[in-house]
Design a protein around this ligand. Structure first.
Ligand SMILES: Nc1nc2c(c(=O)[nH]1)N[C@H]1C(S)=C(S)[C@@H](COP(=O)(O)O)O[C@H]1N2
Ligand SMILES: [Mo]
Length: 523
């Protein structure tokens, strides 16, 4: 027997490749190590540098508008959780597959990890709120991922090749190393979260304290809502206020670090610090906000008392030059919005730079330290949260975030109404059925709301007291219904005389239309 054949028979006895499941497990362990190391380093710099979150944020920006609209409609505020879970599932599958492909040599797995690392680095690099230091986080991911993968691979392969009497010990080493990676990754990820927590904006927000406006909004009359009959309360509590944004992780800006630059087609460029705004006489206004992604019957509509300063005052200090059309606003996270300068200047409309909401500083997820609120326009063209830059410009010169993604430039809120009670598929006693809901036509005002059952005659409803033209109005009435399955629809007429069209239109490009209809059982 020559040397060659003897080597062949030896390798047949001691396999030189890992089992499928060991390869897959190695891939997943390396992935966990990579993500955790990135998260830990991000905790020291900015949580948004965490490669996983940065890729998620990048994915949101790249998502086609129909899919994003679908996600917001289907999963609501959970759309981000769905995205993160989906990403995790894809990563785990790819990592496992890369591990399986690496049963003989660690090269394929290492290549995949480096690929992931580069995608993470690119996503971090693209973020406007991060500096080059933030690239350390994806770098840490890349190094930890490759080191863990190659290291465990070597141990595992050696254990496979040991002579049978030594296999027990080396196998234990592999298992111990794997367990060590799991514990280490858990600890690193937790440490990253905790470190990030110490750097968030909560303490700064608490330190701001109560905001007392010099001009308070008129008190909300008791008959401004029919909450007892099933409508929402007139003012939405901060924690119940709808939330829509592209931020996977809420930007954390401390008031003391915040500033607002106002520039572009102005006579005198301005820069405001938080105290510059806070120390002015503050005004309070009751305003209903609506999202363009709100479907007929949807929930993306809420009302609050916003506290802040008149946007027209700030623009006046800067001096708008002739020809200005667009107020282009930028958030700290790079999101942008374009509002008509005319709407921002219109004192009657009452556009604000808001720093407070319902007596408190803005909640962090609603834009702390400061946001825009321009009544009568959908949020994406009027309500920039975490706003840090205002540029006065033309429509031609700059395209805001959603404009590049199929949404319209001008987006006044469309007159709408919604049935809140009964709920669809409720069972109610036949006879007199109380129907109640809301209607809105911000900056125009609601004139009347009508309802009808099963294509019967329209019946006018009782409206709540009007708080102002920029807020919703509640309505209710009693309908006579016979037993059976009944459909009720509502339609509003605004103060311009326009009655809601029954033509159904989707949310893209500038807001849904159509009548809200619900079906319930009367018995
Ligand atoms: N920075 C930032 N501001 C933003 C958005 C965003 O994605 N990022 N979304 C806008 C949209 S589409 C709406 S409807 C409102 C929602 O404000 P809210 O979350 O306080 O209700 O914020 C606007 N401001
Ligand atoms: Mo929106």
């Amino acid at each position: 027997m020559n040397a060659h054949t003897s080597r062949t028979s030896a390798s047949a006895a001691a396999p030189s490749r890992l089992t499928w499941w060991a390869g897959a497990l190695l891939g997943v362990l390396a992935l966990a190590a990579a993500l955790a190391a990135g998260h830990l380093v991000a905790g020291l710099i900015s949580i948004n540098a965490s490669p996983y979150l940065a890729v998620g944020n990048g994915a949101i920006d790249l998502t086609p508008v129909e899919l994003k609209d679908f996600a917001v409609r289907t999963f609501g505020t959970y759309d981000k959780l769905v995205l993160l879970s989906g990403m995790a599932a894809v990563l785990v599958l790819v990592a496992a597959a890369a591990g399986v492909a690496s049963r003989r040599t660690p090269v394929p797995g290492a290549v995949v990890i480096v690929g992931f690392g580069l995608v993470g680095a690119f996503a971090v690099y693209e973020r406007p709120d991060l500096t080059a230091v933030a690239l350390l986080a994806p770098l840490a991911s890349l190094i930890a991922g490759v080191a863990v993968f190659v290291g465990l691979h070597r141990l595992a392969l050696r254990s496979r090749q040991e002579k049978s009497e030594e296999q027990g010990t080396s196998r234990r080493t592999v298992l111990l190393a794997g367990a060590g990676v799991i514990v280490g990754a858990g600890a690193a990820a937790t440490a990253g979260e905790l470190l990030a927590g110490t750097r968030d904006a909560n303490a700064s927000r608490t330190a701001v304290g109560r905001l007392v406006p010099a001009r308070t909004a008129p008190p909300i009359p008791a008959d401004a809502d029919f909450a007892k009959l099933g409508t929402p309360a007139f003012l939405t509590r901060n924690r119940d206020f709808y939330r829509v944004d592209t931020a996977l992780t809420v930007p954390q800006v401390r008031a003391e670090d915040w500033s607002l630059r106002l520039h572009g087609m102005v006579g005198r460029e301005q820069r405001y610090r938080y105290s510059d705004i806070r120390d002015r006489p503050l005004v309070e206004r009751t305003i209903t906000m609506t999202c363009v992604s709100n479907e007929v019957g949807g929930t993306y509509v809420s009302t609050a008392n916003f506290v802040g300063v008149d946007l027209a005052d700030l623009l006046g200090e800067a001096g708008i030059r002739p020809g200005a059309e667009q107020l282009f606003s930028t958030s700290v996270d790079g999101w942008t919005s374009g509002s008509p300068v005319a709407a921002a200047l219109d004192r009657d409309r009452g556009a604000m730079l808001a720093i407070g909401m319902n007596g408190e500083p803005l909640p962090i997820e609603h834009g702390f330290p400061a946001r825009l609120v321009i009544p009568g326009l959908y949020g994406y063209v009027s309500a920039t949260k975490w706003v840090t830059d205002l540029e006065v410009t033309t429509w031609q010169a700059k395209q805001a975030y959603w404009l590049n993604r199929g949404w319209g430039r001008e987006a006044p809120v469309k007159t709408e109404s919604r049935i809140d009670s009964p709920k669809g598929f409720d069972t109610v006693p036949a006879g007199k059925v109380r129907v109640a809901g809301i209607a809105w036509a911000q900056h125009t005002g609601i004139e009347k709301v009508e309802v009808r059952a099963d294509n019967g005659p329209w019946q006018e409803t009782t409206l709540s007291a009007e708080v102002n033209r920029n807020t919703w109005r509640m309505w209710w009435t009693e309908l006579d219904v016979r037993p059976g399955s009944r459909q009720v629809v509502c339609r509003a007429t605004d103060k311009s005389g326009y009655t809601q069209t029954d033509q159904r239109a989707g949310t893209v490009p500038d807001g849904a239309t159509g009548w809200h209809a619900i079906t319930f059982i009367a018995q």
